[in-house]
Design a protein around this ligand. Sequence first.
Ligand SMILES: O=C(O)CCC(=O)N[C@@H](CCC(=O)O)C(=O)O
Ligand SMILES: [Zn+2]
Length: 338
Amino acid sequence: MLALGKLLELTLAGHEPAAKLQLTPEGTRLRWLAEGALEVTPPAAGDNGLDLLLSAGIHGNETAPIELLDRLLHGIARGELKPRVRMLFLLGNPPAIRQGERYVEQDINRLFNGRHEMSTGFEALRACELEHLAATFFSQPGRTRLHYDLHTAIRGSKIEQFALYPFQEGRPRSRRELARLSAAGVEAVLLHNKSSVTFSAYTYSQLAAESFTLELGKARPFGENQQVNLDCLEARLHAIIEGREPETGAQDGGIGDLQLFAVAREIIKHSDGFRLHLPADVENFSELPVGYLLAEDLSDTRWVVEEQGARIIFPNPRVKNGLRAGILVVPAADAHLA
Ligand SMILES: O=C(O)CCC(=O)N[C@@H](CCC(=O)O)C(=O)O
Ligand SMILES: [Zn+2]
């Protein structure tokens, strides 16, 4: 196997490879760009015009997606997986991955879309570097751009695998991409309704990629991900990478059984007085009845459920003040698909 295929090993060891460029016998080029960053370029004759960015480890303790990228890269570096797409592999927060923590000083996934400029510390610098790496990768005109930012969640979920679709004013959601996600085993998609500071929001709004945050199960340490079943996604990624993706049914409008949700409200923690009235082990997509007192904060702020069919995702009272402590979602009435 080509040594550059061992991006995860290099990153865990904090090593810079001596040789930055390597070729497989078929002519696929692997180029190390920075810590945790590797570009894969197929032979020109086989290139099908897709630029695919796969990122994981934006949160350092979400290891199943990191292991998935590691398997894909090993396959490419061994010549078993033969890419027909340009690819950029990014391991988002190497120090946090080494420590097995979500982040070290601050959550990188709150520092994109320029937010890093208002902050300090290495995570702000890394967010800036990741933006540049993605912008350079997606700078070639006339190509199709796709970004999957792979995560696992802090808690269990009633819907195991789901995606979050960023928002940009006036831009319709892609039926084709939703069908592709459905075929990859994703069961639900949450449609954001405002711009955001996540990595997928940045590549979607600034780099014109089709971008998604994928939540693939519950976060566990390296080697303990037997319960996270990535078989369906992995098979679909193999097919995308090798340019042999079966028809998704999107042409006849089909997105299968994919459930679509809209953001009703984001719950923001404003102070240390914030109290979330949910059991510690509540699962994502748990339904909440109308009238339920979800949270309270200083100055008599009360978050009471008003929406029929509301469900909670990502409840987390431990976030820093000013950040999102949960999202209330409802079934999407109008998805505006193209
Ligand atoms: O499990 C949780 O509470 C958080 C899971 C997580 O990290 N989710 C992402 C979603 C990003 C998005 O809204 O697209 C995040 O919060 O960064
Ligand atoms: Zn995450």
